[in-house]
Ligand binder design. Structure first.
Ligand code: FAD
Length: 444
């Protein structure tokens, strides 16, 4: 018997692991473990946790509709797996591999356990479009790409030749184990999944996007007042839709280049998270002690007095969404104008973003704080007022999220208010000096 553990792959189609299990022609026991470490501090009630739980609920429904059993357990993964190894004739454990620092430690414990019970542990890699090892080999690189443009050029070539279309294997092709002996698995969750609404169907979100806005995506993606992007990230990042399915759908589309490029950005951050050995430790590589949390509360409470910042933070706090352009503007404002360590903002987004993903979120924060590969130069600091005037001239977005400012004219609405916590020009000049010094503190 195979023990298959769902992770950030909350779907039943186009799964490398399912292909593998089908080829092994053996029965499999399917579980999903809600790990207390990953939902500590009430994260199940925050937008990122809620999105995950909504997709867990959807997955449970997909299993039920296929007449298969998915056990949903709560607890320490190693302890749960050990109990199953003791009670079931499990010969192999199959997982989707994850490469965040926590996941590496967790999987190391699982590997030790598997060795102890003489059981094979098989990791499938399924979250990116390219196979990273194969890509490095194809590119003839020993060093990783540090800059996006050459990466993208090679990525496009590689995808042209090696894109692996979605697989036809699905849950329906597997013989899934169900038994009374496993019922304890379902009993431990300390909250009720029924309290969550099932997540939307990702294929419908994709279809809706492909029907129209993709043709004007390149013009609209930064016009955040209109919904010009796909809104797929919260499904993609929990694996509710396979990234190959998404990619295949755009292959037939004209004018999809600009959107395809964003999928390449996603791969580029996932690639960096594997090949940049400092990716998860930049805060240890540089001396950030010149930065402080002085304005931290005002930023996350949407009380900076800079309308576009407060509007974007209000949207995030209320809905778990924030358009990409505004993620850049708010993150740069926090790290540069307010001189706050990026780690605070990163941690805040971890809870608040519906589409939170550790590697992608860190990539965005590193870019904005001028750390990491191909990040924004330290002297390039977005001016939130100019950004607002350029991308939403009538201030529609600010009016929507800050109705108390709706009476202002199109000209006034973008401007800092009387109580703004910093002067944009002075804080920009200061930040340039501080970051110039900070970037010189890199430890070996
Ligand atoms: P679309 O514009 O329709 O793009 C399609 C897909 O391409 C997205 O779903 C996403 O998978 C990928 N993509 C688009 N833009 C980017 C980008 N800049 N970087 C990497 N991939 C991209 N994205 C996350 O998915 N999770 C995060 O936790 C996250 N945190 C971020 C934090 C900061 C500070 C910044 C600046 C960006 C962050 N992003 C994150 C990237 C980006 O903002 C979102 O992917 C995008 O807003 C999702 O909206 P969409 O699905 O409508 O994207």
């Amino acid at each position: 018997m195979i023990l298959f553990i769902h992770r950030k792959d909350l779907r039943i189609d186009d799964m490398t692991a399912f292909d593998y299990i089908r080829n092994r022609q053996t029965v499999s026991l399917h579980i999903l473990i809600i790990d207390p470490h990953l939902i500590m501090d009430g994260r199940e009630k925050e937008h990122s946790g809620i999105n995950f739980m909504r997709h867990v609920k959807r997955l449970k429904g997909l299993y039920a509709a296929s007449n298969k059993k998915l056990y949903i357990a709560y607890g320490d993964p190693s302890a749960i797996i050990e109990r199953l190894l003791q009670s079931h004739p499990i010969e192999e454990i199959v997982i989707q591999q994850d490469f965040t620092p926590y996941a590496i430690i967790r999987d190391h414990s699982i590997k030790t356990l598997a060795n102890q019970y003489a059981v094979q542990l098989t990791g499938c890699i399924d979250h990116a479009l390219i196979d990273f090892g194969g890509f490095q080999q194809y590119a003839g690189r020993t060093e990783p790409y540090r800059v996006f443009t050459p990466f993208f050029r090679k990525w496009s070539e590689y995808m042209h030749t090696f894109f692996r279309p979605p697989s036809s294997a699905s849950l329906r092709n597997l013989e899934v184990h169900k038994s009374e002996e496993c019922s304890w698995l379902d009993e431990a969750i300390p909250f009720d999944l029924n309290d969550y609404q099932s997540a939307e169907e990702p294929s419908e979100v994709l279809e809706a996007f492909l029907e129209s806005p993709i043709t004007s995506y390149h013009e609209n993606r930064d016009r955040y007042a209109i919904d010009g992007t796909s809104s797929l990230s919260s499904s993609i990042n929990v694996g509710a839709i396979s990234i190959r399915v998404v990619y295949e759908a755009i292959l037939a589309k004209e004018q999809a280049e600009s959107w395809r490029r964003q999928l390449a950005w996603r791969d580029f951050y996932l690639y960096q998270s594997l090949y940049d050995t400092d990716y998860y430790r930049y805060e240890k590589k540089y001396d950030l002690s010149a930065l402080s949390d002085r304005y931290w509360d005002r930023w996350h409470q949407a009380q900076t007095g800079i309308p576009i910042i407060d509007a974007a933070m209000t949207e995030l706090n209320l809905t778990g969404r924030m358009p990409n352009r505004l993620r850049m503007v708010t993150a740069m404002f926090l790290t540069k104008n307010l001189q706050c360590p990026f780690t605070l903002g990163e941690q805040y987004f971890r809870n608040k973003l519906s589409d939170y993903d550790n590697a992608l979120n860190r990539g965005g924060w590193l870019w904005c704080s001028s750390l990491g590969f191909d990040s924004a130069p330290y002297f390039r600091i977005m001016n939130p007022v100019t950004q607002s005037q350029t991308h939403d001239p009538t201030g529609f977005y600010i009016r929507k999220w800050l109705p108390e400012l709706a009476h202002l004219s199109d000209k006034e609405i973008h401007l800092p208010q009387k109580h703004a916590i910093v002067d944009l020009k002075a804080s920009r000049a200061e930040a340039i000096e501080v970051y110039k010094k900070l970037l010189g503190t890199k430890k070996a």
